[in-house]
Design a protein around this ligand. Structure first.
Ligand code: GLV
Ligand code: MN
Length: 200
């Protein structure tokens, strides 16, 4: 989770990014310029586009999208899943996640640092927790679209996809490092790296 706030709010002043000032998070807007709209968003009212190779779409409302979240230590996402769609294994370096099923049913899971997989089905109206920093995934269990809402205890949880981090980084990972890590040959590594699917 994020550090505690020191004042009622500190609405992000994005324009300061062009200036010399750098802080952990964003500097605050002048209070007289703050309005209710700084704390409002309607972007989760629309489904994300799941027409992609993995069949899922995360619509994140974090401090980059909602300035009022700056210093408040929380954010939210909507996740849409095509039939049998997958949200591939990933971690959030700065947050625990709690996911609430709005529509449909998912198989969810996370992996501990000891290599144990905690997995189960989560249905409409139910929820599941992914502990801070642990690799986790979801898969739609059905032939109809599913939708979930996730809350995070960080204004900017960050997403690090396992597959992307290992095989689609720029510049590319040394082939011998991946070959050793997975105990596969260089040809298989090249096959992974040549996957031109978008970033997940
Ligand atoms: C789901 O795991 C998400 O991060 O939105
Ligand atoms: Mn997640």
């Amino acid at each position: 989770g994020d550090p505690d706030m020191l004042q009622d709010f500190c609405v992000a002043e994005y324009k300061s990014l062009e200036g010399p000032l750098r802080v952990n998070g964003f500097p605050c807007k002048r209070p007289e310029n703050v309005t209710a709209n700084d704390f409002f968003s309607d972007v989760l009212s629309l489904p994300g586009n799941t027409g992609n190779p993995v069949g899922s779409a995360v619509t994140a409302v974090n401090v980059d999208k909602l300035p009022g979240l700056n210093t408040l230590g929380m954010s939210i996402s909507r996740v849409d899943y095509a039939p049998w769609g997958v949200n591939p294994p990933h971690t959030h370096p700065r947050a625990t996640e709690i996911i609430f099923m709005v529509e449909g049913s998912l198989t969810v899971g996370f992996v501990t640092t000891a290599g144990n997989l905690f997995t189960r089905t989560v249905c409409k109206g139910e929820l599941f927790v992914f502990p801070h920093g642990l690799v986790h995934f979801q898969r739609n269990n059905g032939g109809t679209p599913a939708m979930a809402i996730s809350a995070f205890n960080s204004q900017l949880p960050g997403i690090q996809s396992v597959a992307v981090s290992l095989s689609r980084v720029s510049p590319s990972m040394p082939t011998d490092v991946l070959a050793r890590a997975f105990q596969i040959n260089a040809g298989m590594v090249e096959a992974l790296n040549s996957n031109s699917a978008p970033m997940y």
